[in-house]
Design a binder for this molecule. Structure first.
Ligand SMILES: [Zn+2]
Length: 106
């Protein structure tokens, strides 16, 4: 018996087991996106609202993306500090699959 990482879906209690942490997280994320999409989107929106309170640049970035202007979004991203950019990038990676193709960052 090898060593396994395990996780449980917080929404439906489905269990996942994998030999590597990254595979486990990938499977869990895939499950959440296919089974609990609305909840996930709500969570991202709540996260955006929270970060907007102390970081208006994120709002600028999201507005630029919503308008479909990836050039404007990149310009905003370039003005950010590295740490802040990584934070934004995480949000962007999470919302990218649900954005129209033209709005996706290059
Ligand atoms: Zn679930």
């Amino acid at each position: 018996m090898g060593k396994y990482f395990s996780a449980k879906c917080s929404q439906c209690g489905a269990g996942f087991r994998s030999e590597s942490r990254s595979t486990l997280l990938k499977r869990l994320r895939k499950h959440i996106w296919s089974k609990h999409r609305a909840w996930m989107i709500g969570r991202i929106k709540a996260g955006q609202k929270r970060s907007n309170a102390d970081n208006p640049a994120i709002q600028d970035l999201i507005q630029a993306v919503q308008k479909g202007s990836s050039r404007a979004a990149i310009a905003v991203a370039k003005q950010m500090t590295e740490g802040r950019y990584q934070q934004v990038k995480k949000v962007m990676d999470a919302v990218q699959p649900i954005l129209p193709l033209k709005a996706q960052l290059a």
